[in-house]
Design a binder for this molecule. Structure first.
Ligand code: B12
Length: 175
């Protein structure tokens, strides 16, 4: 319900019919809507069995509505999500992975200009914390492109994010 509305706003913004204030007002309305959904859902009880997931919107990108939906769904599945927020530097992601012993990292990017930061974050993670798997998503990405920038998995929406986590932890159980 919220997402088609945002798509319509995005299209009008692209056509020059809407401007930044309208974009911001729509984002605020959606945020308020999701806050209501969240408050009605009750608290998910996270398991702490080696299934921590670090989640972030990459550096330079402040779009976090999609990431927040992914987080909500992963939490509902019982995963412990360490949400670093938006505009997150690659080094901060590496630090959080080490701190929480996370083996799976989710990254979100909504702009063509910030996919580069996503690529840098993936490279730094693979170099500094080998064995960490990265799954990515966001409107600008495709499965092909995700592979090209070194991601281990691509999810087109939050439901796929949950399936990726399920598959990953089933194949890599905590020792
Ligand atoms: C809302 C919005 C904003 C809000 C963001 C508020 C917020 N807190 O997020 C505000 C007003 C702040 C904003 C600002 C800007 N925006 Co804006 N924005 C949008 C808009 C309308 C909707 C994005 C959105 O939330 N979609 C809904 C969510 C649910 O979808 P989603 O993010 O894709 O997430 C889903 C999947 O992709 C996936 N997913 C997402 N993340 C992840 C992560 C993982 C791990 C996985 C598995 C899956 C996954 O699951 C989600 C749920 O199904 C889009 C247009 C559009 N239709 O996409 C433009 C858009 C993204 N913005 C755009 C631009 C240009 C900007 C600005 C630069 C504008 C400006 N001139 O200042 C700034 C950017 C500032 C910055 N540095 O980031 C462009 C980007 C163009 C491009 N291709 O690079 C777009 C496409 C608009 C357009 N058509 O031109 N924006």
């Amino acid at each position: 319900m919220f997402i088609p509305a945002l798509d319509a706003v995005g299209e009008r913004f692209e056509r020059g019919e809407f401007f930044l204030p309208q974009l911001m007002a729509s984002a605020e309305a959606v945020k308020a809507g999701f806050d209501v959904v969240r408050s009605r859902q009750g608290e998910a009880v996270p398991t702490d069995d080696g299934t921590a997931i670090v989640l972030a919107t990459v550096q330079g990108d402040i779009h976090d509505i999609g990431k927040n939906i992914v987080r909500m769904l992963l939490e509902n599945y019982g995963y412990r999500v360490i949400d670093l927020g938006r505009d997150v530097a690659p080094e901060r992601v590496v630090q959080a992975v080490r701190e929480h012993g996370a083996r799976l990292v989710g990254l979100s990017a909504l702009m063509t200009t910030t996919v580069r930061a996503m690529e840098q974050t993936i490279a730094l993670l693979h170099e500094q914390v080998p064995g960490t798997a990265v799954f990515v998503g966001g409107a600008v990405l495709t499965a092909d492109y995700a592979r090209k920038i070194g991601a281990d998995y691509y999810g087109k929406d939050a439901a796929e994010a949950a399936r990726i986590a399920e598959r990953f932890f089933a194949a890599h159980p905590a020792i």
